[in-house]
Structures are given as structure tokens and as C-alpha cells.
Design a protein around this ligand. Structure first.
Ligand SMILES: NC(=O)c1ccc[n+]([C@@H]2O[C@H](COP(=O)([O-])OP(=O)(O)OC[C@H]3O[C@@H](n4cnc5c(N)ncnc54)[C@H](O)[C@@H]3O)[C@@H](O)[C@H]2O)c1
Length: 401
């Protein structure tokens, strides 16, 4: 069986490697540079081992392509393309539409189309199916299913095999075929009654995280105003064996999921006349954290940052990955610069970003830790500036939330 996977990023490449153990995989990506790199056996995604990729290529089980016509003889098509927000923070389905165009224009036989991209309830039924049909030159009855992706890049304990996978087809036949496909490489499959339930569950999982992160970020501000330690208070609350789940404060949330997915849920809620007040406010609280952090740094430094050299330590959105999408570091840097600080950043995993490169971890007036990668030593951070503010809770001896 031939499986075409559209989008070879965090989700698509990860799935390609797992599925490639059992099926012949065509990894379709519109970015030719990524395709060339992959065909040379080089993975650009943390958690996808280049050695495994090379083994799949050698065994004829994996090939990357930028040619949409290579999709034509697939039996199963998995869509794993970005679902970001537009400039005015509305759901942006342009990448999904382009993926549907590639399927519609190139696949002439009935196949199983599975969407793994995160989007609002109704996307499979009311957007993907009609979109593929719109682009098809002949009338073909494909099978359609959703299986929202839960991968957490860089995570060691949970992967595609041992993370339970939700799925639902538009028809019973689509559900059965989807189960057959994933059961090769996933231990636990959970069928739900409709694609809309699966789509909503994925959004609610990430909304749950977004709201709880906002709550703990607000609580960090309350704890500081009360003169108590937020971390000690959270540890104390966490001794309760039930009814509490610990989240930790930060400079804000980043990545392609937590700052984005809840807005998809809010948008569809409001379209249906339902309130999304928690979701909207949580988003604001998380976005405002960068300003709060810089306010604290400014207050500790005589009320002015003008002319001070500030080093932002860690610009990836989370530890041990190079992903800078929606990173809180961007807003932190913007606030520092708006107040006249001379800003550089240190992150050797990211390397280069926004036309700038990682600076040495030393010689600043102020160091502000946004993300602490495991291989960046606490003592090196503390030695990098006379004043260190840590938003991660991982640098003991520094000022912090
Ligand atoms: N990154 C995560 O941790 C994660 C986790 C769960 C779900 N998701 C969801 O999975 C989806 C994909 O996210 P990602 O992180 O893998 O994105 P990504 O940006 O890492 O990868 C997407 C890839 O798709 C390619 N692409 C874009 N449009 C294309 C098209 N029309 N045809 C072919 N290739 C195209 C891009 O070049 C890119 O390589 C999103 O909906 C996201 O919300 C992501």
C-alpha cells in the first residue's frame, strides 16, 4: 500500500517515519529545499532520527517529493500542513486549501484522505471534502477521515506509537479503513462518533493547557504582589493528590499549537453564538506576560532600560527544540527594544533567527531567561550578567517570577 503524506514538517515527517515501517511512503512537501534535504537522508525535525530516515530510503519505503503529480498512485493520503492564524488572528485554512488542490487535481482513483492538521469542528466535512471535490476534474468518491495529531516534538516518553489516537470517518467505511491504517503503528486507537468530536477534542486539549497556563501566569503576578514565592505555593498546592494539576508560569506561550488552536475554537464558538470568554482572556493574559516580565526587569534596574545591554537567553518556544514559531521571546525582545535596551540573544539550538545570530552567553548588563535548554548550564547563565531574571524557574539564584 502506498501512503502519501502532504507536509513534511513536525507532524508529517514524524508520521512518515512511523508509517514507513509498514507502508511505502511518499512525503510531499511544497518546499523543494526540505525535499532535497530529506532525500539526502537529513531530518530537519527534532525527534526524527536521520539514521531511521536513511534506512527507510534505502529500503525503498520513503521518498520525498515536491511534485504534486507523485500523489497520483497513493492509496491513502494524510494531510499534515500548517493551520496558522492570519495577521488579524483568524483561522487561516489557505495551506489546507492548497493541499486539497493537490489531491483534487492529481488523484484520479478513490482513496482514503485523512486530515491530521488541527482545525475547528466541521473542517473535514464542510471544508476539506468540498474543496477536494471542487478541484477534481472528474467525480470521484473519496473516503474522508480525521485523526488529529497529538505529537509533542522533542518528547521522549510519548510518541506516535504509544499516544492514544482519536479518529472518526465521515462514513463507517472511512472509519474502518482509518483504523486499519493506524493500527499498524499505533497501540491504542479511540474511535469517536463523528469527525466534529475528534476535531473539537483536539482543540479542547490545547485550550485546556492555554487557559491553565494563563491562570498560573496571572497567579505568578498575584504571588509577587503578595511577596510570596509562586513556585513554593504551586509545589504546596501540588501535594494534593487529586483535583489539582500543576502548570508553571512563563514569559508566555509559543509554538504552533497553544497560542493558535484555542483561537480556532473561539472563532467557531462565536460563529455559532456561543461565548469564548475564557479562551479570549487567556490568550490576552499569556500575550501580556512578556510586558509584565520586562516591567519587572525595568523596575529592578532603576526604572530605565535605556542603553543597557540585554541578553535574552533561549528564544525557542520550549526547551531543547529549534522551533521559534510564536515564541514569547519575540515579544520580550520587542518590549526591551521599545524601552531603549540594546538587545541580543543566545540560543545555539536556534542558531539564527529574524536575520540575527546567537550571541555568546556573556558580557551583558541584563540576562533574561525565556527558555532554558538542558545543555545551557545554570552557572553560565548566572555568570553572563550582573543581573539575571529567570522566567523558567530553573535558574536558582536568579531573580524570577
Ligand atoms: N508541531 C506540533 O507539535 C503539532 C502537534 C500536533 C498537531 N500539529 C498540527 O499539525 C499541522 C502541521 O503542523 P507542523 O508543526 O507539522 O507544521 P510544519 O510547519 O512543521 O510543517 C508543515 C510542512 O508543510 C509544508 N506545506 C505547506 N503547505 C503545503 C502544501 N500545500 N503542500 C505540501 N506541503 C505543504 C511546509 O513546507 C512544511 O514543511 C498543523 O495543523 C498543526 O497545528 C502540530
Amino acid at each position: 500500500m502506498k501512503v502519501a503524506i502532504i507536509g513534511q514538517g513536525y507532524v508529517g515527517l514524524t508520521i512518515s517515519v512511523f508509517a514507513g515501517e509498514f507502508f511505502e511512503v511518499i512525503g510531499f512537501d511544497s518546499n523543494q529545499k526540505i525535499v532535497d534535504q530529506l532525500n539526502n537522508g537529513i531530518s530537519h525535525i527534532e525527534g526524527v532520527d536521520s539514521l531511521i530516515l536513511r534506512n527507510r530510503i534505502k529500503a525503498g519505503q520513503y521518498k520525498a517529493t515536491a511534485l504534486a503529480s507523485d500523489l497520483s498512485d497513493a492509496d491513502v493520503v494524510v494531510i499534515a500542513v500548517p493551520t496558522p492564524l492570519t495577521k488579524d488572528r483568524q483561522p487561516d485554512l489557505a495551506f489546507l486549501d492548497a493541499a486539497c488542490k493537490s489531491v483534487g487535481e492529481n488523484i484520479k482513483n478513490p482513496v482514503l484522505v485523512i486530515n491530521e492538521s488541527t482545525s475547528f469542528p466541521g473542517t473535514l466535512r464542510d471544508f476539506i471534502k468540498p474543496s477536494i471535490e471542487k478541484y477534481s476534474t472528474s467525480k470521484i468518491e473519496h473516503l474522508y477521515a480525521i485523526s488529529p495529531e497529538r505529537v509533542d516534538p522533542g518528547r521522549g516518553d510519548y510518541n506516535q506509537k504509544n499516544t492514544p489516537r482519536l479518529y472518526a470517518g465521515l462514513t463507517p467505511e472511512a472509519s474502518t479503513k482509518t483504523r486499519e491504517f493506524y493500527s499498524k503503528f499505533c497501540d491504542e486507537l479511540v474511535e469517536v462518533s463523528s469527525p466534529e468530536v475528534a476535531e473539537a477534542a483536539k482543540l479542547f486539549e490545547n485550550t485546556f493547557r492555554q487557559v491553565n497556563i494563563a491562570l498560573v501566569n496571572e497567579f505568578a503576578q498575584i504571588a509577587h504582589s503578595l511577596g510570596i514565592s509562586v513556585y513554593e505555593t504551586l509545589d504546596a498546592a501540588n501535594t494534593k493528590p487529586y483535583g489539582f494539576m500543576k502548570f508553571t508560569p512563563s514569559a508566555g506561550v509559543g509554538g504552533h499549537c497553544i497560542p493558535v488552536d484555542p483561537t480556532y475554537l473561539a472563532a467557531v464558538a462565536e460563529e455559532h453564538g456561543a461565548p469564548a470568554t475564557f479562551i479570549r482572556r487567556a490568550n490576552e493574559v499569556n500575550l501580556e506576560m512578556s510586558k509584565y516580565v520586562v516591567d519587572r526587569v525595568q523596575a529592578d534596574n532603576g526604572g530605565s532600560l535605556a542603553g543597557k545591554t540585554a541578553l535574552v537567553v533561549g528564544v525557542a518556544y520550549k526547551p531543547n527544540v529549534a522551533d521559534v514559531r510564536e515564541t514569547a521571546a519575540e515579544l520580550v525582545i520587542e518590549h526591551l527594544r521599545n524601552r531603549g535596551a540594546v538587545v541580543s540573544w543566545h540560543d545555539d539550538i536556534v542558531g539564527s533567527w529574524n536575520g540575527e545570530t546567537s550571541s555568546p552567553l556573556s558580557g551583558a548588563d541584563i540576562a533574561l531567561v525565556v527558555t532554558k535548554h538542558d545543555d545551557v548550564k545554570e552557572r553560565d547563565i548566572l555568570a553572563s550578567a550582573p543581573y539575571v531574571f529567570d522566567t523558567t524557574g530553573k535558574v536558582s539564584g536568579a531573580k524570577g517570577l
